[in-house]
Design a protein around this ligand. Structure first.
Ligand code: FES
Length: 106
């Protein structure tokens, strides 16, 4: 089980214990009603799965692809040091302890 900590847009903190499946982190957040709309279904074309990753975790994740960087950097709340699209991050055991905050809706 991978345990992650999520702060929703209303500031509430949630702990999710999910079996790590390699599915996108976006799907875990969406399926647990964490304010992630994911309108494009994970095609890296909507940015409604935008999250702020806790800085200590950013370096542990794979680099953003060019497509992800281009899209997420166009969001109003973009933060170079913390912004990721959760559909581009596989949900694996290595994420145990991950902390993130759901970004404001654009
Ligand atoms: S779900 Fe649309 S960009 Fe991630």
């Amino acid at each position: 089980m991978a345990e992650i900590f999520v702060t929703k847009r209303d500031g509430s903190l949630h702990r999710l214990d999910e079996p790590a499946t390699g599915q996108p982190l976006m799907e875990v957040l969406r399926d647990n009603d964490m304010d992630v709309e994911a309108l494009c279904g994970g095609c890296c074309s909507c940015a409604t799965c935008h999250v702020f990753i806790d800085p200590e975790w950013m370096a542990k994740l794979a680099e953003r692809s060019e497509d992800e960087r281009d899209l997420v950097s166009e969001t109003e709340s973009y933060d170079e040091g913390r912004s990721r699209l959760s559909c581009q991050i596989p949900f694996t055991d290595e994420l145990t302890g991950l902390k993130l905050t759901v970004a404001p809706a654009d």
